[in-house]
Design a binder for this molecule. Structure first.
Ligand SMILES: *Cc1c(COP(=O)(O)O)cnc(C)c1O
Length: 220
């Protein structure tokens, strides 16, 4: 096994254990292998193990890499986990299976328009800026309820859950708990939270997706 394969197996094991320990089914949590900045050669060992769910944070980078890889692995599912520029919406919908970063009205409207023009069975998540960091994308907590309702009821978007990236310097737990609370309030079943440093905590707090990059593939 390569180093990344060992890392991968260990993370899968940790996720399953954390899920069981918190009374959840191991299958309730899905690992998103985050491949930003990594190349096909880096990713191949994990593809070989049969992993199918990957995350990228830039539309163009994802195209450059995944159009080729998908020729050999057609059942790959891709999550967009980085901010989406409105002018890249159509491209993003065409490539990705899940867009986790719906974070403003203009983008939500654009996605709704594109889905009318070119229907696709895509899933969406709303990014919440739980730490209210000015440099970070996401809807601020005070606007979350209205925005979620707007996306669901006015735009009829297929919003399935919420995503957050806690502030680097904070204890992540309160952020995960907060995200989970908002999701429950709106009956949203999916929670994308937890990265290399805190995915175990996130699983214990109800994550259905964890997004792990460097703990699998190494430092970027
Ligand atoms: C890069 C990234 C990750 C993965 O981060 P690691 O610390 O490498 O696991 C998760 N989520 C988002 C939004 C990212 O941009």
């Amino acid at each position: 096994m390569t180093k990344s394969q060992e890392n991968y197996q260990e993370i899968i094991h940790t996720i399953k254990t954390a899920a069981s320990e918190s009374g959840r089914k191991p299958t309730d949590v899905t690992l998103i292998a985050v491949t930003k900045t990594f190349l096909r050669d880096d990713i191949e060992p994990v593809l070989t193990l049969g992993h199918k769910i990957f995350g990228e944070n830039k539309v163009q980078e994802a195209y450059n890499k995944w159009v080729e890889i998908k020729k050999d692995y057609p059942d790959i599912k891709l999550h967009l986990i980085g901010p989406l520029q409105t002018n890249k919406t159509a491209e993003a919908i065409a490539l990705f299976d899940v867009i986790e970063t719906v974070d403003r009205e203009k983008l939500a409207q654009k996605i709704a328009e594109e889905l009318v023009k070119t229907p696709k069975n895509i899933e969406l998540m709303i990014q919440i800026n739980t730490g209210e960091e000015p440099q970070k994308a996401g809807i601020i907590p005070q606007e979350a309820d209205n925005f979620i309702e707007y996306c669901l009821n006015d735009l009829k978007l297929p919003i399935k859950g919420l995503m957050c990236i806690p502030p680097f310097e904070d204890e992540p737990s309160p952020h995960f708990a907060f995200l989970s609370k908002i999701a429950r309030k709106h009956n949203l079943s999916q929670l994308s939270m937890g990265m290399s440093g805190d995915y175990k905590i996130a699983v214990k707090q109800g994550a259905t997706y964890v997004r792990v990059g460097s703990a699998i593939f190494g430092t970027r």
